[in-house]
Design a binder for this molecule. Structure first.
Ligand code: FAD
Length: 381
């Protein structure tokens, strides 16, 4: 069994499949495991999945638990909405966590181990016939596998070869990310909460990670086109400051504290939902199957859901091909729903009039039932 891609999806799937009695090999294009220097939020639906794989103590040790999630007016800094997260465990059966992405990846690598990981292995070809699939890599190596799980991300080569020849489309949304040492900011930035300033067409969020030592900064803005070759690039804090001129003092303070070499900018790309993720012995998982804009923080969380359900399907099904069919049936509707909601989330959050959002709040993750889902228990068929 082969897993293509050693990101959050591939590694979590590897751990889940091993728990189901399989012994997958992960093939990762990069020479080393790595994640961008940024934060990640893991909502209770994902946390339930990770805890079912043995990560309860790891998360408690390495992640922060926000008590409140605030939305503030972009200009006046006035509080518009507050989501109280104190009862999250009691309500949803698990915490809402925020952490450093590199720490999450390191924990997953640690749990899966590196013996069954082949690094520097970029898939370039995939064919199936008879009882196996044949995988070709850029360095000329080839392997055979009875099952292939493609967790190779938004620009998935497997998706392009077998499921969708189209290219990802620039969404018009741009993400800027940085980690700022906590002591460069006022204590408010390190409190156990996330602070989101929202305005027409853009917003800026902060929350602490690694205790209070770092503050994660994410700004989401709009752009007409994305012409740079590289889809992510280092950016100058002055560019961000120009976009957020006139915003509340807190926003100015945060941008001014970003170290000159710590800011990165991503063009955010989307793909159409797929009607199928499984072809014979090959299945898509995570961003390869259902990339989504980050407005609901569900990209990695839904990827973790996929991986946990996949493991359960392999444990339950009589044979691997049936397990893949079961996985697709169990997951596709939920993931397409999250993808659709996330992709319109920016228009809701970055409305022309933030007061309208306060007076008539859109359904958020709680109201949409996103947090109640439990990938470790959801019915499989
Ligand atoms: C600005 C921003 C903020 C976000 N914030 C959150 C958040 O707070 N919470 C959340 O849940 N989600 C968030 N997400 C989404 C989340 O990052 C993704 O959904 C998640 O990383 C997807 O995991 P994945 O394993 O499917 O793909 P990836 O993380 O992209 O991993 C794919 C892996 O496959 C490897 N690979 C690619 N091609 C090949 C190949 N041909 N052969 C071998 N290996 C290959 C890559 O090197 C990589 O390691 C955010 C996304 C963005 C852009």
């Amino acid at each position: 069994m082969a897993i293509i891609g050693g990101g959050v999806g591939g590694l979590t799937a590897g751990i889940a499949l091993r728990g189901a009695g399989y012994d997958p090999v992960i093939y990762e294009r990069a020479a080393e495991f790595g994640e961008v220097g940024a934060g990640i939020s893991l909502s209770p639906n994902a946390v339930k999945g990770l805890e079912s794989l043995g990560f309860t103590d790891f998360l408690a040790r390495n992640a922060n638990e926000p008590m409140d999630q605030f939305l503030f007016h972009w200009e006046s800094g006035e509080e518009l909405l507050r989501y109280d997260r104190r009862d999250t465990r009691a309500t949803y059966g698990a915490a809402y966590y925020q952490m450093h992405r590199a720490d999450l990846l390191a924990g997953l690598v640690d749990a899966f181990g590196t013996e069954r990981c082949v690094m520097g292995a970029a898939l370039t070809g995939l064919e199936q016939g008879g009882a196996t699939a044949r995988i070709a890599f850029a360095d000329g190596n080839e392997v055979e596998a009875d099952i292939v799980i493609a967790a190779d991300g938004l620009r998935s080569a497997v998706r392009e070869m077998l499921f969708d020849p189209g290219q990802p489309r620039f969404s018009g949304h741009v993400a800027w990310r940085a980690l700022v040492p906590g002591d460069r900011l006022s204590p408010r930035a390190s409190e156990a909460s996330s602070i989101n300033h929202i305005g027409p067409g853009q917003n800026l969020v902060t929350y602490p990670v690694r205790g209070r030592s770092l503050v994660n900064v994410v700004a989401l803005t709009r752009a007409e086109g994305w012409t740079e070759e590289s889809w992510n690039a280092r950016a100058a804090p002055a560019e961000l400051a120009a976009l957020f001129g006139g915003w509340a003092d807190y926003v100015g303070e945060v941008i001014a504290a970003i170290p000159g070499d710590a800011l990165y900018r991503w063009g955010l790309f989307v793909r159409e939902p797929l009607v199928s993720w499984v072809k014979g012995r090959i299945a898509l998982l995570g961003d390869a199957a259902h990339p989504m804009l980050p407005y609901m923080g569900q990209g990695a969380s839904s990827t973790i859901e996929d991986a946990v359900v996949l493991g359960r399907c392999f444990a339950a099904a009589a044979d691997p091909l049936e397990a893949l069919r079961l996985y697709e049936t169990a997951r596709i509707e939920r993931a397409c729903f999250l993808q659709a909601e996330s992709n319109v989330g920016g228009d809701r959050l970055q409305a022309l009039d933030p007061y309208a959002l306060r007076d008539n709040p859109p359904k958020n993750e709680d109201a949409l039932g996103i947090f109640s889902y439990d990938p470790a228990r959801v019915e499989l068929a």
